[in-house]
Design a protein around this ligand. Structure first.
Ligand code: 3PG
Length: 305
């Protein structure tokens, strides 16, 4: 079988080697398409692929149409909003993710961005500390749980709201469960977003919600840009000079946000999962899932069921 790794933002070299070992060790062939700049390159490369490993690369209907032999696509990572699941199902392609494999990397970045924010983006002026502050996790999945673990080490009070996670699971994970997302924003000094981009969550982080934050509130986004209502957040930041917004996903309206100097920061390219460890974990998990699928038909991590 031919397994294509198509990554516009490549894995660390050690991860690619690990993937190669897994795939070739199982008797399959590995093809690499890294740092491609045109969709046409992807459309060409998928033509004869039986399996596909991607990161945030878009596996849309056009890609799935072009991939005539494709049986399985694995998103090496958590969020699979970049795969057209209906098109995958229509083509009888199994779509999978590798949940949890890169979550520590994202959680560590959250804390790094928070230290940066409370220390005024290292501008030399007196800042504040994270110890004793209340952090609210919007969703308590793999990333939220890791943030909770690390935030407790910083001496923070951890709160969480998750529409799908039972309260006792949140409490076992070391966080105080609140009843609504509104309550999370009202209670916490910092809110960190860990929700996926779904029809329900898109644009849900809006003026009314963020305006519930106390004076000096910080909003951290390492999830997806689509969950933010950018227009409304810009309006709010203009009205409330006490709020800060730090993000690992450059907003569409980056230039507008950049006007809030000293209160806004974005990484140039999403780098939450951009560590050797996360690449190795997620990449090798993806390779193993593909091997298991071809060996026994295993579809444990299928997301288009
Ligand atoms: C994920 O959903 O796993 C993260 O957003 C990482 O995305 P990336 O592989 O494009 O860095």
């Amino acid at each position: 079988m031919k397994v294509l790794v198509a990554t516009e933002k490549p894995f660390a070299a050690a991860a690619v080697e690990g993937i190669r070992k897994e795939i070739e060790g199982a008797g399959h062939e590995l093809a690499l398409l890294e740092k491609y700049t045109e969709k046409a390159q992807l459309l060409d490369a998928v033509k004869d692929a039986d399996a596909l490993i991607i990161r945030s690369d878009k596996a849309d209907a056009e890609v799935l149409d072009a991939a005539a032999k494709l049986q399985i696509v694995v998103r090496a990572g958590a969020g699979f909003d970049n795969i057209d699941l209906a098109a995958a199902t229509a083509h009888k392609v199994v779509a999978e993710n590798t949940p949890g494999q890169n979550s520590n990397a994202v959680a560590e970045l959250v804390m790094g961005m928070l230290v940066f924010a409370v220390r005024n983006f290292y501008n030399g002026k007196s800042g504040s500390e994270l110890m004793g502050k209340k952090i609210g996790l919007l969703a308590f999945g793999n990333v939220g749980r890791n943030v909770a673990r690390i935030a407790k080490g910083f001496g923070m009070e951890v709160y969480a709201y998750d529409a799908f996670c039972p309260k006792d699971v949140i409490e076992k994970g070391g966080a105080i469960a609140v009843d609504t997302q509104e309550a999370l924003f009202e209670t916490c000094d910092i809110v960190s977003l860990h929700i996926p981009a779904t029809p329900e969550t898109k644009q849900s982080i809006n003026y009314a919600l963020v305006n519930k934050m106390k004076k000096g509130g910080i909003l951290v986004n390492t999830a997806r840009k689509e969950v933010i209502n950018e227009e409304e957040l810009i309006k709010l930041l203009a009205e409330r000079e006490d709020l800060k917004f730090v993000t690992d996903i450059k907003p569409d309206a980056d230039e507008e946000f950049a006007k809030f100097e000293g209160r806004y920061f974005t990484t140039p390219k999403k780098m939450g999962a951009q560590t050797a460890e996360a690449n190795i974990n997620a990449g090798i998990a993806a390779a193993k899932q593909i091997n298991a699928f071809f060996a026994t038909g295993d579809t444990k991590f299928q997301v288009n069921k």
